[in-house]
Design a protein around this ligand. Structure first.
Ligand code: F0G
Length: 472
């Protein structure tokens, strides 16, 4: 957006009014149990201080991710029963394809078993030789890993305000056009595609404005470079546009989605987020040549083109989930949970990413643990302390996740060290969010006792998943 049109988030005076009553009732429950601190201390030791190694049996509230952890609706469960398991020409595929055509405006749809397999297909096609550069706002870690896996190079142009927690501008997920445009001018020959991630997960779940995607699309077209949208949370992004971007308040979510994606040549999606399912994804485009090649890779990696590594019933559940995710009552409830959690923590003096993003709340771990140097991974250390304190699982989005620069071998310490509380969709109540707030505020009082971590074994690839640590 142009600087003059910036809109700012205003903290609400009465935070309790952020609570939006759930537009559903509970039909089936899954028991969870709290453990003791002594028990969790042993669990942490056994898990070698990596929360990915902890059994969900030993987690009270799980905010590790919003990916594949949501609750499906009765309509989705009914759709599962009607899933068509034919190897080729599944009717459930037709349902998914028609839904994506309608909501996204792309003719060709290829299922994939989750977001990263769509990324594999995309990058296998576009990164045809070493050294090609893939720009974006901020790539999610799996996207970045797939770019590098094919020999490509990551180049990111996040809005400068994204790392400024005191800047309440909305749409901090935008690409910084001032840097992006001249870069494209100079380097377009070595750029096979641009990937824009909406909302921008690695940047605090901040949305991308329609004005920005339009401008990015125009620059890409000028240089004949395809633009793909990482659409994992595109429906939540559309809700932000409707709520905050001038001129969109009366437009429907579907209209906004269609307009947003009309500036792109295609989309990849992890349906485990805004698809409201536990597994699945897809890749979609109108371009015949890309489709031809994507088909080849889909068959190679994920199976026949009408199932893409999924059961027919999964395809049916995604089709229903995508439509449910565009429901305004659902979106209002969904986005209000993150807003409530972030605003209450902030009002109690915890530094969090603001404005609140769509799917998660991000706590500034360097500010929470000022005694910990970046080399002791304060974000990761804070996730361990929160688990020990309360049985709550969260994850680090920071130096540990970013990994090492392949050129220098050094940790990528530029950027923030955050603890992310990702909120599963349609799963936790406001009472459970209040429990999280109480736990964090209690931890804050004893923050000086939080211990840093060091590697005992560092995994070479996407290291946060499988590395082992010790407390310092
Ligand atoms: N793109 C974005 C923006 C994501 O957030 C994710 C996953 C992916 C792609 C990959 O999708 O997991 O289905 O292969 N994000 C999860 C998270 C893992 O916790 O944020 P996937």
């Amino acid at each position: 957006m142009g600087l003059n049109e910036l809109v700012y988030w205003k903290p609400p005076k009465d935070v309790a009014r952020l609570k939006v009553a759930e537009p559903f009732k509970i039909k089936s429950i899954e028991p969870i149990r709290q453990t003791t601190r002594a028990y969790r201390r042993r669990i942490l030791q056994r898990a070698r201080y990596n929360l990915f190694n902890v059994s969900s049996r030993d987690i009270f509230l799980d905010f590790l991710t919003d990916s594949g952890t949501g609750a499906m609706s009765q309509s989705q469960w009914a759709a599962l029963q009607q899933g068509d398991e034919s190897y080729a020409g599944s009717v459930s595929f037709d349902l998914l394809r028609d839904t994506v055509r309608d909501l996204f405006g792309f003719k060709h749809v290829l299922p994939s078993h989750q977001g990263r397999s769509a990324e594999l297909v995309l990058m296998s096609h576009f990164i045809s030789k070493k050294g090609l550069v893939v720009p974006g706002n901020l790539h999610f870690d799996t996207t970045g890993a797939h770019i590098e896996f094919q020999g490509g190079v990551i180049k990111e142009f996040p809005d400068r305000r994204i790392a400024d927690l005191d800047d309440f501008s909305l749409f901090k997920g935008d690409i910084d056009l001032k840097r992006f445009a001249p870069y494209m001018e100079k380097n377009h020959r070595k750029i096979p595609l641009v990937v824009l991630t909406a909302t921008c997960n690695s940047g605090g779940g901040q949305p991308v404005s329609l004005a920005n995607v339009a401008a990015v699309g125009k620059i890409c077209r000028k240089h004949r470079i395809p633009l793909f949208i990482d659409s994992a949370r595109i429906i939540e992004n559309a809700y932000f546009i409707k709520t905050y971007e001038p001129g969109y308040s009366r437009k429907s979510i579907r209209t906004i989605l269609r307009e947003f994606l009309s500036h792109a040549d295609g989309a990849i999606m992890s349906a485990k987020k805004d698809g409201l399912v536990n597994i699945g994804g897809f890749i979609a485009t109108n371009n015949e040549e890309y489709y031809e090649n994507f088909r080849r890779y889909t068959i190679l990696f994920d199976g026949f083109i009408t199932y893409g590594g999924l059961a027919g019933r999964d395809l049916a559940a995604i089709a229903v989930g995508l439509r449910e995710a565009t429901d305004l009552d659902y979106l209002r409830y969904r986005i209000s949970q993150a807003a409530y959690l972030a605003t209450r923590l902030w009002q109690a003096g915890v530094r969090v990413v603001l404005p609140p993003g769509g799917h998660a709340v991000y706590i500034d771990a360097r500010a929470f643990c000022p005694h910990l140097p970046v080399g002791q991974y304060p974000g990761h250390a804070l996730t361990l302390a929160l688990y020990l304190e309360s049985g709550i699982r969260s994850c680090e989005i920071g130096t540990l996740l970013r990994g090492r620069d392949p050129q220098t071998g050094e940790d990528r310490t530029k950027g923030l060290d955050l603890l992310r509380l990702a909120i599963p969709r349609r799963v936790y109540s406001y009472n459970q969010l209040d429990y999280v707030i109480d736990a964090i505020l209690k931890l804050k009082k004893n923050a000086h006792t939080i211990r840093g971590v060091k590697f005992v074994r560092e995994a070479p690839f996407l290291r946060h998943f499988t590395s082992e640590f010790a407390l310092i």
